[in-house]
Design a protein around this ligand. Structure first.
Ligand SMILES: Nc1nc2c(c(=O)[nH]1)N[C@H]1C(S)=C(S)[C@@H](COP(=O)(O)O)O[C@H]1N2
Ligand SMILES: [Mo]
Length: 305
């Protein structure tokens, strides 16, 4: 039995976090473990790290997989569920390179064998003002990065999503520069909360949610969690990011959730949790301050929007 990671204590795990019986979970998770030597974190007991707070219920699977932002397909929230099915997600390779000693390229089968899967329940807060609670599966981003042995020059991590306009019909227009690019500081990327996602709700990641590989960076607005990742490049300079390039007055590099800093066109003080009627107050760092606030010591949090 593995202990919950990173100071997660029992009282931070809500009853809702035990979202289906262990037997059903193991059955659903069979695809995750097939061919993998690593024991998943939840194999012995339901003690996976669940970074949710009392009052956080899981969002309905139908909302998680039916209300999406995925501009490679459409700017409409309901369209990606349909349009993203056109994407060929196998074969798929991911390259980790740049300021590293051992650049590598792996396909998704190898990735599963290398890193296995654990379960993380995270809140996701979109900069537009909606939020949800998602049971992701995957592995710590730090493991993917460490395998390439970053050099001392690796100060930032750049994520590159797929560019394939033959299947991604939203790429035929230009609301943002393609491919979708995102980035983190290396210390943000190595924080144990930064999560590489290959599944949700105990199943392989649906295409509309970013199959076969996406990020979940839970203390940042959703646009900092790129989907359909093909390349992760360690860099010595801060990478350009798509939303910042497209609308620099509205989206910065950091994108940390902060109720005190309004978007130029709306307040961020409250949020609309999918499936709920009353709005909730937005939490600093989306409720993850105790794990990540130290990353920004000495910096004014209002400049990290
Ligand atoms: N490649 C890519 N990644 C992306 C986006 C996108 O348009 N393209 N949208 C982002 C935004 S704004 C949000 S809120 C989340 C939404 O993730 P979800 O659809 O799984 O809820 O994905 C993020 N990742
Ligand atoms: Mo978003």
């Amino acid at each position: 039995m593995r202990r919950p990671a990173l100071g997660t204590s029992e009282n931070e795990i809500t009853p809702e976090a035990l979202f289906f019986s262990r037997r059903e979970f193991v059955a659903r998770a069979a695809w995750l473990t097939a061919g993998s030597m690593a024991l998943p974190a939840y194999a012995g007991d339901a003690t996976a790290a669940h970074y949710v707070i009392p009052g956080d219920a899981l969002s309905a699977e139908n909302d998680v997989t039916g209300h999406n932002n995925y501009y490679e397909f459409s700017s409409d929230k309901k369209a990606p569920r349909v349009l993203a099915q056109a994407l060929t997600t196998s074969p798929w390779t991911v390259t980790v390179d740049g300021e590293v000693e051992k650049p590598y390229t792996v396909d998704m089968d190898e990735l599963h064998k290398l890193f296995g899967t654990e379960e993380r329940i995270y809140r996701l807060r979109c900069v537009e003002g909606w939020s949800m609670v998602v049971p992701w599966s995957g592995f710590a981003l730090s493991r993917l990065i460490e395998r390439a042995r970053p050099t001392s020059k690796a100060k930032f991590v750049e994520f590159e999503s797929l560019k394939r306009s033959s299947e991604m019909i939203g790429q035929r227009g230009e609301p943002i520069p393609w491919p979708y690019r995102e980035g983190l500081r290396i210390d943000e990327a190595m924080n144990p909360l930064a999560f590489a996602v290959t599944g949700l709700y105990g199943r392989p990641l649906p295409k509309q949610n970013g199959a076969p590989l996406r990020m979940a960076i839970p203390w940042k607005y959703g646009f900092k969690s790129p989907k359909a990742i093909v390349r992760i490049r360690l860099r010595d300079t801060q990478p350009a990011t798509s939303w910042n390039q497209a609308v620099p007055s509205e989206y910065g590099f950091y994108g940390n959730v902060n109720p005190a800093v309004p978007h130029p066109r709306w307040s961020q003080a409250r949020e609309n949790r999918l499936g709920e009627i009353q709005k909730r107050p937005t939490l600093p760092f989306n409720g993850y301050a105790q794990w990540v606030a130290e990353l920004y010591q000495g910096l004014d949090p209002r400049t990290l929007y």
